[in-house]
Ligand binder design. Structure first.
Ligand SMILES: C[C@](O)(CO)[C@H](O)COP(=O)(O)OP(=O)(O)OC[C@H]1O[C@@H](n2ccc(N)nc2=O)[C@H](O)[C@@H]1O
Ligand SMILES: Nc1ncnc2c1ncn2[C@@H]1O[C@H](COP(=O)(O)OP(=O)(O)OP(=O)(O)O)[C@@H](O)[C@H]1O
Length: 319
């Protein structure tokens, strides 16, 4: 039986602008997504029957069909029934390092790793864009998780165009373990409160989304100007999440007062807040300072950095 081990990195949103609503109930977005060097480890084993099994070292993560990795395997089985019956089922073991329900695309990146891994296990030879297209059926962040790196994402998040890769920028992440924010709630509340500012003329949506291409942060990314990138961070969802979750607002404020923090923002629909920092040493010092300021054990802090890659294969085997 064959097996693959892959790493599945988390993402942060350097930019998230809500442009309008869509007939499918989702929102039209202009985002810049960035892979970070904090990754789950996913093992895939072919098993000799037609079942899909998921195991995870975090008890709070469901291992049944609610798990996005399970859904990814099920999607592959449905799309490629001949390969499924030829190679048999799959056992997926997830070692979590990415905080759960954090706005860091933890489930989405696990699903992306399963798509990439099953493509290999079943010798399907799918292209990256075919894998991204399959991923869009599972969630808006999944296509980006297949691609990785530094990317502009438009549509509902699934239309990707690559940017020059960023790396060597350090990040401190802060998340309260027990705090979860529903993504659906965040978008719904935004729509209720701020839909006046939406672009109503759908013909203009693409033009408005493209405006981000020439926007300040994209220019800063092309110039690899870290301080400028950090100044241009933006997330519309902060407008609904910060007032509703004072702890998230406090993290933003604590990061903003640290001298070596170049910029700080909430990632996705939260509740994780990140800070961009020039060096690892400074990032470690910021982590210590935040810990001192908020000595709450519920607060998780991570030092990580931007990375240029998405899903990576660590090893393969036959048993
Ligand atoms: C907040 C982000 O993580 C930023 O990258 C994404 O926009 C959300 O990505 P995701 O969790 O993969 O989202 P999905 O699983 O597709 O959708 C979760 C819920 O978020 C809302 N949603 C999501 C994406 C989008 N463009 N518009 C939306 O309104 C929908 O209510 C949906 O029911
Ligand atoms: N493989 C998975 N890993 C983590 N959570 C999962 C997974 N599959 C399903 N879930 C469920 O999805 C919910 C959201 O978890 P996840 O870590 O994906 O959130 P997130 O980082 O906020 O995602 P996103 O940034 O894409 O909105 C959790 O409450 C969990 O029960």
């Amino acid at each position: 039986m064959r097996s693959y081990t892959l790493t599945a990195p988390a993402k942060i949103n350097l930019y998230l602008e809500i442009i309008g609503d869509r007939p499918d109930g989702y929102h039209e977005l202009a985002m810049i997504l960035q892979s970070i060097d904090l990754a789950d480890r996913i093992e895939l084993h072919s098993i000799g029957n037609d079942s899909i099994r998921v195991r995870c070292d975090r008890p709070e993560v469901p291992t049944d069909e609610r798990n996005l990795a399970y859904q990814a395997a099920e999607l592959m089985a449905t799309q490629f029934p001949e390969a499924f019956s030829k190679y048999g089922g799959v056992e997926i073991t997830i070692n979590k390092h990415i905080p759960v329900a954090a706005g860091l695309a933890g489930g989405s990146t696990n699903a992306a790793a399963v798509l990439v891994g099953i493509d290999l296990l079943w010798n399907l030879g799918l292209t990256q864009s075919e894998l991204e297209e399959l991923g869009a059926n599972l969630g808006s962040d999944v296509p980006f998780c297949v691609a990785g790196g530094t990317v502009i994402a438009t549509g509902r998040g699934e239309q990707l165009s690559p940017l020059p890769n960023l790396d060597n920028i350090y990040i401190v992440l802060a998340k309260y373990r027990s705090l979860e924010v529903s993504t659906a709630w965040a978008y719904k509340t935004y729509r209720q409160q701020f839909s006046d500012s939406y672009v109503r003329d759908t013909a203009n949506l693409a033009a408005r989304a493209a405006a981000v291409h020439s926007g300040g942060i994209v220019k800063a990314i092309f110039e690899k100007n870290t301080a400028e990138i950090a100044q241009k961070l933006h997330n519309d969802l902060e407008r609904v999440v910060l007032p509703a979750y004072p702890q998230v607002l406090q993290l933003r404020e604590v990061f903003a007062t640290q001298e070596s923090v170049l910029g700080t923002m909430m990632s996705g629909s939260g509740p994780t807040v990140f800070a961009l920092i020039e060096s690892e040493q400074q990032a470690q010092a910021v982590k210590l300072k935040v810990r001192e300021t908020i000595p709450d054990e519920d607060l998780e802090l991570f030092v990580t950095r931007m990375t240029t890659h998405g899903i990576q294969i660590v090893s393969s085997g036959k048993d």
